[in-house]
Design a protein around this ligand. Structure first.
Ligand code: HSE
Length: 382
């Protein structure tokens, strides 16, 4: 069975190599950018792939929404199965692709788009069929986890940690998506689509790790706290969907603090199953390629779409989940929040807030930054 590949970057090369070694599968043509065709198996013409009857499935690993969406749509319209690791594509155009897959009878799997090598969406989909998923989330970005780990355990500074994550092939082409929390947020969106058939596109709260400084890390270490970037989503008792990404502080003995380097820790809570955690490499050439190959093999076993064509886009409501926060901000802005404890350090204060809604903390941070001031905040995991 021939599997064509769209995109020949970090992940595409890994998929090609793995296809060569997987019994029953072989690499088909590889789509590259115009001017980059330097071998007979490479092409810059998508038609060569969609019109090739020997191509059974296509792995899309280009990244970005366009031209990936145009190409993915053409693949599905041609009735060929599509597997993708492209979170931006599925978060933006998942329902449209699911509808095309349903219409042509082609498969559309994207477990590689969330959690790298971890079979998270795959298991979440199965669990959602047999249990009520109360919440889901976890550490879902390998780049930021690698950076946080390097900053905390090795004292590496932010810029060097990011450079190393890029060199190791963990970061997106534009790493802003990683450090801003956007990449992890897209993965949470895919989790919601899988668990609830709801794709939250509005009302999401997102805070990345861009504001974390070496001084923050030092202060957190003195409190025996470890910073991780965590996503959470779920349904409230009234059936409203919440979904957000933010830095979270956990005790240095917590399971999340043992998630090192490029690893992810994804979880869901089933009403009957309780808490299920899955851990593994969340980014990198072979971890991600292995997830794509796993989806290809799942297609071979008869699996079809991971998203329903009637998946509804909805607005998230983050007014119900509440947290206490660790906040570092200028002294003259401290009255924007109510603090349980506060330590002054010159013109800066660091404190622990009372419990407040997630949406409120994110709005206060946006307002303070809008006034030209710097601030770092992270939720406290009790
Ligand atoms: N840039 C992503 C990450 C790649 O660091 O998690 C895997 O999705």
């Amino acid at each position: 069975m021939k599997v064509a590949i769209l995109g020949f970057g970090t992940v595409g090369v890994g998929v090609y190599e793995m296809l060569e070694k997987t019994p029953g599968l072989s690499p088909g043509p590889v789509l590259v950018r115009a001017g980059k065709v330097d071998a007979p198996y490479k092409t810059d013409d998508l038609d060569r792939i969609v019109s090739d009857p020997s191509v059974w499935a296509v792995c899309e690993c280009m990244g970005g929404v366009e031209p990936a969406f145009t190409y993915a749509a053409a693949v599905l319209k041609a009735g060929k199965h599509l597997v993708t690791s492209n979170k931006a594509l599925v978060a933006a155009k998942g329902p449209e692709l699911a509808a095309l897959a349903e219409a042509s009878g082609a498969g559309f799997l994207f477990s590689a788009a969330c959690g790298g090598a971890i079979p998270f969406l795959h298991n979440l989909q199965l669990a959602a069929e047999s249990d009520d998923i109360q919440s889901l989330g976890g550490i879902l970005n390998g780049t930021t986890n690698f950076m946080l780990d390097s900053m905390q355990t090795l004292g590496v500074d932010y810029a060097d940690a990011l450079r190393e994550a890029q060199a190791l092939g963990y970061a997106e082409a534009d790493p802003t998506a990683d450090v801003s929390g956007m990449d992890a947020l897209r993965k949470i969106m895919l989790g919601c689509a899988t668990a609830y058939n709801l794709l939250p596109t509005e009302g999401l709260c997102r805070e990345g790790i861009e504001s974390l400084t070496a001084a923050d890390v030092k202060d957190l270490q003195s409190r025996r706290l470890v910073c991780r970037l965590l996503g959470r989503a779920g349904l409230t008792d009234s059936g409203r969907l919440f979904a957000y990404i933010q830095p979270v502080l956990v005790p240095d003995t917590a399971p999340e603090s043992a998630v090192r380097k490029n690893f992810n820790l994804a979880y869901y809570v089933g009403k009957n199953a309780g808490l299920i955690r899955l851990m593994g490499q969340g980014a990198g050439r072979y971890p991600t390629a292995s997830a794509l190959l796993r989806d290809v093999c799942d297609l071979r076993r008869g699996a079809r779409s991971m998203m329903r064509a009637d998946c509804q886009r909805v607005e998230a409501d983050n007014s119900l989940p509440v947290c206490r926060y660790y906040v570092r901000l200028p002294k003259d802005k401290a009255d924007a929040l109510r603090f349980e404890s506060l330590i002054e350090d010159g013109e800066t204060v660091r404190g622990i807030t009372d419990t407040l809604p997630v949406i409120r903390m994110h709005a206060i941070a946006e307002k303070i930054r809008g006034e030209g001031c710097k601030l770092f905040f992270a939720a406290l995991e009790d």
